[in-house]
Design a binder for this molecule. Sequence first.
Ligand code: ADP
Ligand code: MG
Length: 350
Amino acid sequence: LSSVHRITSGQVVIDLPTAVKELVENSLDAHATSIEIRFKQYGLESIEVSDNGDGIPEEDMEGIALKHYTSKLQTFSDLETIESYGFRGEALSSLCAVCSSVRITTCTEASKPRATRLEYDAIGKITSKARIAGTKGTTVTLTKIFEGRLPVRRLDLVKNCKREFAKCVSLLQAYGIIKLGVKIIVSNTLTSGKRNKLFSTNGNSSVDRNIINIFGAKQISNLQPLSLEFEISRKSLYSRSKASNSSSIQVKGFISNPTPGNGRSSPDRQLVYVNNRPCLSPAVSKCFNECYRQFNPTQYPFFVADICVDRASVDINVTPDKRTVLLHDEVLLIESLRDELLACLSESIS
Ligand code: ADP
Ligand code: MG
């Protein structure tokens, strides 16, 4: 394994949550309606993601873990319309480079009930291939992430494994809430053999059902549905014409009701999405907190906010983890969001 490949792979799979995210997104891309994520010892021993998706056809097995192999982009112009999470073909190859072992068991509709169990080496070549019985779907097992390959990062992970594990769980909750019709089950088994179930959703058809599955019914009783719609007019710096065009923004989700001094919300239960993708947007979170705290200064809100903008207005690929989203005209957007949110909250309190 060349050290360059190892280092660049370490930049794609930067930490435990990124590894988990890539595997879950692959399952979603494969149209899974049930995804089970099993951690062993907080992910230090292994992470296993099982889905009931399309499976991997025989002809793709050789290639999938090689660098830049993707089955999701056929032409360059697909890049503009891509609906799938993955398209760079870097996740599996990077995982092979940074994990002690990567094992994939997969079965398609056509090969059912015969599955194939594959093992890949550090450069993504198949080292073993066996036929076994199976059902449609794919299971990817990663063992001992970073061990031997990126020793400093491994030490870091061992030291902070509970914190990193908690980040994984939050991320999985974010998918669990927004993905309708997909059942997500998360568990952790300790070296003692004790298995803890973290949460599971039911393939519900609504976000509030998912919130109940994940956070409990108490949480939802204080929630108010959120549905905001506004226009922002953009004056593009790059546009040659003087004309400014406007784009319409929708914000859908839930926010806790501002019950002065009596809320029970914690600042970590705040989920931001852009066009259905979990993401990090400090500006949006700050806006929600500031608005809510005008009515309830002692608490932070629980909220789920999916910001729907037209595809041309977002750039989701600014960081390798694809979580940080760049929004065009973010300042304008936040300004309008603040007005709408304040109006909505003051209405609900009066
Ligand atoms: P990308 O998602 O960008 O295409 P990845 O490295 O994540 O790249 O995956 C490589 C390929 O492996 C995918 O394009 C897909 O064909 C296949 N693949 C990976 N995981 C799964 C899965 N859970 N189910 C079906 N196919 C999968
Ligand atoms: Mg992928």
